[in-house]
Design a protein around this ligand. Sequence first.
Ligand SMILES: *[C@@H]1O[C@H](CO)[C@@H](O)[C@H](O)[C@H]1NC(C)=O
Ligand SMILES: *[C@@H]1O[C@H](CO)[C@@H](O)[C@H](O)[C@H]1NC(C)=O
Length: 266
Amino acid sequence: MALSIQTLAFLLAAVLFMHNQAHAAQCKDCFIHSRAAHYPNSDEKGTETGACGFGTFGATLNGGDVSAASELYRNGVGCGACYQVRCTNSNYCSDKGLTVVITDQGSSDNTDFILSRRAFAGMAQTKDAAASLLALGIVDIEYRRVSCRHPYQNITIKIDENSNYPFYLAFVIRYQQGQKDITAVQLCEDRGLTIWHVQTETFGCKLLERSYGAVWTTASPPRGPLSLRMLFSDDDGNESWVVPVNNIPSDWKPGQTYDTGLQVDV
Ligand SMILES: *[C@@H]1O[C@H](CO)[C@@H](O)[C@H](O)[C@H]1NC(C)=O
Ligand SMILES: *[C@@H]1O[C@H](CO)[C@@H](O)[C@H](O)[C@H]1NC(C)=O
């Protein structure tokens, strides 16, 4: 029996396809092919009005190496996540590329990322190559999720200006770290009660709502010093509640930032 060329070609294609599928399933750290554009504005840094709600902070986060994401935005869960992004044109692009933080949502002509101009240029080998890259506007890239590192920064809570003490609390989580997503946030009343000289702790906890992006809100937050709990989750369903060192003080104020005292590497 002789197999036709067409049949052989088909079988080969099928085998290659299955191989790739198996590869994709096994390979957590592998690069994924995609495309990236850059913001049209002339500003080098990121946007101050990103969908994640980081505000002006979002423009300079990670030195301004930030990006909007399309699918990877994941309804705001992707805010604060870090990706290594490298372009693939060997004439212009460095092998390493650079790490960007997601601060916004957006896509343009089948892109997964819209990078700040600074980050887009940062994928190049040289200054001249950066100018050529920027002129191209959209380039082929490879990307993978990496652990976020913000040296010398603890995870920090910025109370939203729209908060109304003590009735309505909204805040953004800054300097998310590690490779997991923050998928839930709780506030617990941290009130030490002394009963018969025995120190007990009573906790009234409240789950917050992700209002949008990296913004968490609650009407009628618990009173007193507030103990924050963040649920860090990965794609494999591995999740853990992380409790910061510092409480949010009972007299929290709109516009203030509070250092959690916490660095995470998960
Ligand atoms: C889940 O995370 C913990 C802590 O990071 C780790 O020790 C454990 O091996 C992980 N489990 C799985 C199934 O990945
Ligand atoms: C981070 O928190 C630790 C306490 O856990 C504190 O000693 C340190 O000063 C904080 N770092 C910054 C940059 O605020």
